[in-house]
Write a protein that binds this ligand. Structure first.
Ligand code: BGC
Length: 699
């Protein structure tokens, strides 16, 4: 079955606007649809989709109201924020990005879809693909980091994983279009104002990749860009997204964002707000009810036309049709659900793949079998709910494995003492007990970092330091002289110069998900060889922010001997850890690149595992255009490849690039390829010293 013939003609204006209205099923709302009576609104055809509803029975009950209770029987669709898992929670997206493995990104999205589909969810408000370059902004946790090439690969993999072939899975909503991540001073919902070039080169590419991968929906950002709220940004939403890229899916507003156009100071009333959003191509009003209350008046004023309303309604009906809802409105659990054990195994694998070994002095890790007494210290040591991070959908903290539990299970013969020492952010502390435990142990595992909800939406910070008294805990434990393995939990880069100095080994764990403790134990014991790399440049100090690997050259590059050069007087320019940094228990070497510049430009490099242990690493391919009409970044990531090599194995990694990969917006903002010499750099991170380089002539 398809959309019933003539359906649009049968619809009243109220029913049409109903299709453009999405209501929350569980939030207290002030407006015509109160939580207790969303059922009436569904029956009256005043709501076409719901969010925040899941569960087989609950979703079917709501669907029955629409299909059997409403005049035209148009099915509802149900949307939810399935960001990194549904019931089984995977690592937060920033963590998963660290695996640099699109196949894994796809696999976890498939499991999340299977669980969501069983609970009656038809569409997710993800992937979140905002490039984030300011760790003060808490939502950096929800995306793939600072780089547009990584962001694009992540976007495409997630759309493929969630949606499945032929939309056999659930619909996706790539968000938040666009530049939300550049919120001024990292403050949530603040304005953004970046150059057109930066919008084109940095922020738009992941959205284009999502559109090319077939995302069913796009969500505009809450923010303004150079004064224009994205919810009303006709030039980008219509001009670029629909006209240039050919996106014919649905645009779903963010929560209450159309009504907020009044607060932004661009709409005088709801009719105005509704007009601005509809004319910018926003099809669905998520909460706020600006369309319900404002569109009839806008129509009367003649600021919108019935044809514009009809076009939006048709896009919503087509989405419902593509989701199979006209065929089977009670479509529940349509994707095969792997067993719980299989889903937990995937989460464990993803958790371990996301960990970044930032430091490992004296090869303290993997834990030596000689270690008999461990002190596991810190406020995150036995935390469970914190392990699943923000946006954890139906995930339960109680189902998560704490680091302590994971270690106890993996090391039955080791005597493990556990001391909190201090809270995550509290002023209370008992350093004496922590110090005593450290003294009595062979080695300390120090579990420090942020609480899960210190990142995510509405969680901006002005300090990136370890919260509370954790810095003092690090000092106190380190004074014992015992070897320290630090496990850092965080939804963003945290500034930790003192921890880097004091800890022998540092494992950046982010928020690893439901299987956190097991995944961490797998890496600490060496069962899994760590292979994560940082998807963000890690600052030493907040004062360096924004710091990214792809800075443009300056006329006065840093020279410590000369005052008038680009530097700080109180800090190195270099980050704590470079973009792409990540160690392994194996050591790898990379050959010089071999470049063959034909119609396709191929770059080959050999990566050799110099150790006797199988290991995984990522080879990055950067380029630099040394002379162009517009100053080009010193390094630009073009491609990356994650590889697993057996002991002493050497493998050739081959990258294929097209001429168009070297295009950039010229002075007139037209995409152009400028012939000339191009530098190619390959290596295991963006740290300059270890890159191997070559050049070729671009014709
Ligand atoms: C967030 C969106 C999310 C929506 C629905 C908003 O506050 O910005 O990312 O999809 O809520 O939960």
């Amino acid at each position: 079955m398809a959309i019933p013939a003539d359906l649009l003609n049968k619809m009243t204006l109220e029913e049409k606007i109903g299709q453009l209205t999405m209501a929350s099923a569980n939030q207290a709302v002030t407006g015509p649809v109160a939580p207790s009576d969303f059922s009436n609104s569904v029956r009256e055809g005043r709501v076409g989709s719901l969010l925040n509803l899941w569960g087989r029975e609950e979703t079917q009950r709501a669907q029955r109201l629409a299909v059997e209770g409403s005049r035209l029987g148009i099915p509802l669709f149900v949307g939810a924020d399935v960001i990194h898992g549904f019931e089984t929670i995977h690592p937060i997206p920033l963590a998963e990005a660290a695996a640099f493995e699109p196949a894994l990104w796809e696999e976890t999205a498939r499991d999340a879809t299977a669980e969501s589909a069983a609970a009656g969810v038809h569409l997710t408000f993800s992937p979140m693909i905002d490039i984030a370059r300011d760790p003060r902004w808490g939502r950096i946790a929800e995306g793939a980091g600072e780089d547009p090439v990584v962001g694009s690969a992540f976007a495409a993999a997630k759309v493929r994983g969630f949606q499945g072939k032929g939309l056999a899975g659930m619909g996706t909503t790539a968000k938040h279009f666009v530049v939300y991540g550049a919120a001024a001073a990292g403050r949530e919902y603040a304005e953004t104002d970046v150059s057109q070039r930066t919008v084109a080169e940095i922020y738009l590419p992941p959205f284009r990749a999502a559109v090319e991968a077939g995302t069913t929906a796009i969500m505009p950002a809450f923010s303004t860009l150079a004064g224009i709220p994205m919810t009303a940004h006709r030039q980008l939403l219509v001009g670029v997204l629909r006209e240039q890229w050919g996106f014919d899916g649905v645009v779903i507003s963010d929560y209450n964002a159309i009504t907020e156009l009044m607060k932004h100071g661009v709409a005088a009333d709801l009719a105005d707000a509704a007009m601005l959003a509809l004319r910018a191509g926003v099809d669905i009003d998520m909460m706020g009810f600006a369309y319900e209350r404002g569109l009839p008046e806008a129509l009367k004023r003649g600021t919108v036309t019935m044809a514009e309303i009809d076009a939006a309604v048709m896009r919503v009906l087509v989405l419902k049709d593509r989701l199979g809802l006209f065929d089977d409105p009670y479509r529940n659990g349509w994707t095969p659900l792997p067993s719980l054990a299989e889903r937990r195994a995937t989460a464990r694998k993803a958790g371990a793949r996301s960990l970044v070994l930032a430091q490992n002095r004296g090869d303290l890790l993997p834990l030596s079998p000689g270690i008999k007494r461990l002190a596991v210290i810190g406020p995150l040591a036995d935390a469970r709910a914190e392990m699943i991070g923000s946006w954890s959908a139906a995930g339960k903290g109680d189902d998560a494995v704490s680091p302590l539990t994971g270690l106890r299970a993996a090391l039955p013969g080791v005597e493990i003492t556990h001391v909190e020492g201090t809270g995550i952010a509290s002023g209370e502390a008992d350093f004496a007990t922590a110090v005593a435990a450290a003294r009595a142990a062979d080695c300390v595992i120090l579990c420090v970092g942020e609480a899960a909800l210190m990142s995510g939406e509405a969680a901006s910070r002005t300090s990136l330091d370890l919260p509370g008294r954790q810095g003092e805990l690090v000092e106190a434990v380190s004074a014992t002289g015992k070897p320290i393995i630090a496990l850092l939990f965080c939804g963003r880069p945290v500034t930790i110069p003192s921890l880097v100095e004091k800890a022998d080994a540092l494992l950046i764990c982010w928020f690893p998900g439901s299987e956190a403790g097991h995944a961490i134990a797998d890496v600490l014991t060496g069962k899994v060889n760590p292979g994560g790399h940082l998807p963000v440049t890690w600052p030493r100090d907040l004062g360096q922010v924004p710091i990214t690997y792809d800075a443009r050259p300056t006329g006065r590059p840093k020279n410590p001997a000369e005052k008038y050069t680009s530097k700080y007087i109180d800090s190195p320019n270099s980050p704590q850890f470079a973009f792409g940094h990540g160690l392994s228990y194996s050591s790898f070497s990379v050959s010089d690149p071999r470049i063959d510049a034909g119609r396709t430009i191929t770059v080959e490099a050999d990566v050799t595992n110099e150790s006797d242990r199988e290991g995984t690493t990522t080879l990055f391919l950067f380029s630099h255009d040394p002379v162009a009409s517009v100053s080009r970044p010193l390094l630009e990531l073009k491609q990356f490849s994650s590889i697993t090599l057996g002991p002493r194995e050497k493998r050739t990694v081959r990258f294929e690039l097209q001429r168009s990969d070297f295009a950039f917006p010229d002075e007139a903002m037209q995409m152009a390829v400028e012939p000339g010499e191009i530098e190619i750099h390959v290596g295991l991170s963006a740290a300059r010293a270890q890159l191997r380089s070559g050049t070729f002539k671009l014709v």
